[in-house]
Ligand binder design. Structure first.
Ligand SMILES: Nc1ncnc2c1ncn2[C@@H]1O[C@H](COP(=O)(O)OP(=O)(O)OP(=O)(O)O)[C@@H](O)[C@H]1O
Length: 245
């Protein structure tokens, strides 16, 4: 496989439209085969659209997407499903399955270690509609990564999690990133700075900055991207962010 020499995920000149509106304006970006990579930016910047376009859930109107060195159009659906783990922003199930039944839909049986890492043991017989948002998010994550895909794309996986579970999630994603490219949409810039190898900052459907978190997550570029003053506070090795009044 070309995974060691090519980027695992790459887009060139990627343009996505919805009707007359252009959502992504010719994005050039790539991510290597291993590592944890954040996609950040204001609401509506195009983060979900980019994730969806990367795996073919949104058609590209121009440009190219390559996964593991191969153009997206050249992938057979089964091989694509095996290569990708995708955790969408909304993980509602149409059927009121139990957690165990949901996990049976995974492409491989989740390991005992994964069940434990996601704290799903006591929840296995529970129906999805009875779970809290955070519990449901952990079940959805276990399903998405059970087959250990080389590419994992997760859209705001920390959104429903309490503080300790957010950090537990990021450690789990870091563990996945030891042998996969993990691209994750985050609104919490502290999590991006603390756990991610690289950050891509999107603004109005364009890449405003990409690279090491310390370089990308600067007050000036964040304020420009979010359209309001963002202040970064460095406390030792940790970076915290807040919005100015
Ligand atoms: N089908 C559509 N028709 C028209 N506009 C759309 C469509 N889908 C998305 N958009 C618009 O495209 C822009 C980017 O949406 P996207 O969901 O990618 O943003 P996002 O960065 O993920 O935002 P958020 O942080 O709020 O989840 C938004 O302004 C959204 O309203």
């Amino acid at each position: 496989m070309e995974t060691t020499t090519c980027p695992a995920l790459a887009v060139q000149g990627l343009q996505v439209r919805a009707g007359a509106r252009t959502l992504l304006h010719g994005i050039d970006a790539s991510w290597p085969a291993r590592g944890l990579f954040a996609l950040v930016g204001a609401n509506g910047a195009g983060k979900s659209t980019l994730l969806q376009a990367l795996i073919g859930l949104r058609p590209a109107h121009a440009g190219e997407v390559r996964l593991l060195g191969r153009p997206l159009a050249g992938w057979k659906p089964r091989a694509l499903a095996q290569a990708i783990g995708y955790l969408p922003q909304q993980t509602h199930s149409h059927w009121d399955l139990t957690v165990d039944e949901l996990l049976q839909l995974a492409l491989a049986p989740p390991s005992a270690a994964l069940i434990e890492a996601c704290e799903l043991g006591p929840l296995r017989q529970r129906r999805l509609h009875t779970l809290s948002g955070g519990e449901a998010a952990r079940a959805a994550l276990a399903r998405a990564i059970a087959h250990r895909p080389p590419l994992l794309l997760a859209d705001e996986p920390a959104a429903h999690l309490d503080l300790p579970h957010q950090h537990q999630l990021m450690r789990l994603l870091r563990a996945c990133a030891a042998d996969a490219a993990v691209l994750v949409v985050l609104h919490d810039l502290h999590l991006a700075a603390r756990y991610c190898d690289e950050v891509t900052l999107l603004a109005e459907g364009r890449v405003m900055a990409a690279g090491h978190p310390d370089e990308v997550l600067r007050s000036a570029s964040l304020s420009q991207a979010y359209g309001s003053a963002v202040v970064r506070c460095d406390l030792g090795r940790q970076r915290f962010f807040t919005a100015e009044d």
